[in-house]
Ligand binder design. Structure first.
Ligand code: BT5
Length: 246
């Protein structure tokens, strides 16, 4: 069983896990909070985390494989969340590249991996926020967000989802550590994501926006997008949105 530390309230479970990692916490330490007052998304964005409305979770990892494969940790976590929700709530979800779990095309979960320097070497904290109840996001996000309660029509036990999630993380992290780990995780991710292949998307990058059709993932998890001129663009960062053909 992993060690799980529970808090009533934290600014951010990722910040707490990073602090503990920098103090030498072992791989596998999990932090769970009933609420976050400064929950973090990517690029200084916010993750809204009201009390007892979501699973706010972070885990400390100390990967021994080469750093070029660390970007796959986010994909590995998405695969684990997808499994945990199926097993605990009979809920089928989609994965939007790279880190969003969707139900009915709305965001139900976000994942944020951050690295931290520690006395035991560089560590990674993988943070996962899952909306459990209807109160987990404000009305202004109604068109883009959803929760397990919204998607299944009933409430679900946080502890059951947490139990499944830690098992699934353990299983898929072990798979990623194998020699063929990158291929395995990419295969598992593609099997669970409608965004992997043949999806018309718009990608907003920091300096440009491109439109094209998805053509699978690179070995490091980057998204391949074929633009109109037949060129394959490799996307390593950016926000992806599905476009429907007219
Ligand atoms: C993410 O960022 O989706 C990563 C979220 C990671 C949250 C977890 S919770 C546990 C751990 N501790 C932390 O401090 N963070 C992690 P990004 O792709 O940048 O999406 C952020 C955007 O999602 C925001 O700008 C909002 O538009 C939207 N958003 C914020 N809160 C939301 C919520 N509860 N449900 C759905 N969408 C939300």
């Amino acid at each position: 069983m992993p060690e799980i530390l529970r808090f009533d309230s934290l600014p951010s479970t990722n910040v707490e896990a990073m602090r503990r990692a920098s103090e030498g916490a072992a791989e596998g330490l999990c932090i769970v909070a009933r609420e976050q007052t400064a929950g973090r998304g990517r690029l200084q964005r916010q993750w809204i985390s009201p009390k007892d409305s979501g699973l706010y979770f972070s885990i400390v990892l100390r990967p021994q494989f080469e750093q070029s494969a660390w970007s796959l940790l986010t994909l590995m976590a998405a695969v684990a969340v997808n499994d945990a929700l199926r097993e605990a709530c009979s809920l089928e979800t989609d994965i939007k590249w790279p880190n969003d779990i969707l139900a009915n095309e709305r965001k139900l979960c976000g994942i944020l991996a951050e690295t931290v320097e520690t006395p035991l070497g560089r560590a990674v904290v993988v943070g996962i926020g899952i909306n459990l109840t209807k109160r987990s996001f404000p009305q202004e996000l109604e068109l883009v967000a959803t929760s397990v309660e919204n998607a299944t029509g009933r409430g679900h036990e946080l502890e059951i989802i947490l139990g499944r999630l830690t098992c699934a993380l353990e299983q898929h992290y072990a798979a990623l550590e194998e020699a063929d780990g990158p291929e395995t995780i990419i295969r598992e991710w593609c099997a669970r994501s409608s965004y992997a292949e043949g999806k018309l998307v718009q990608v907003a990058k920091s300096n440009e926006t491109l439109v094209g059709t998805t053509r699978g993932l690179e070995r490091d998890g980057a998204l391949r997008v074929e633009t109109d001129d037949g060129v394959i663009r490799i996307v390593r960062a950016g926000d992806v949105n599905s476009l429907r053909p007219n």
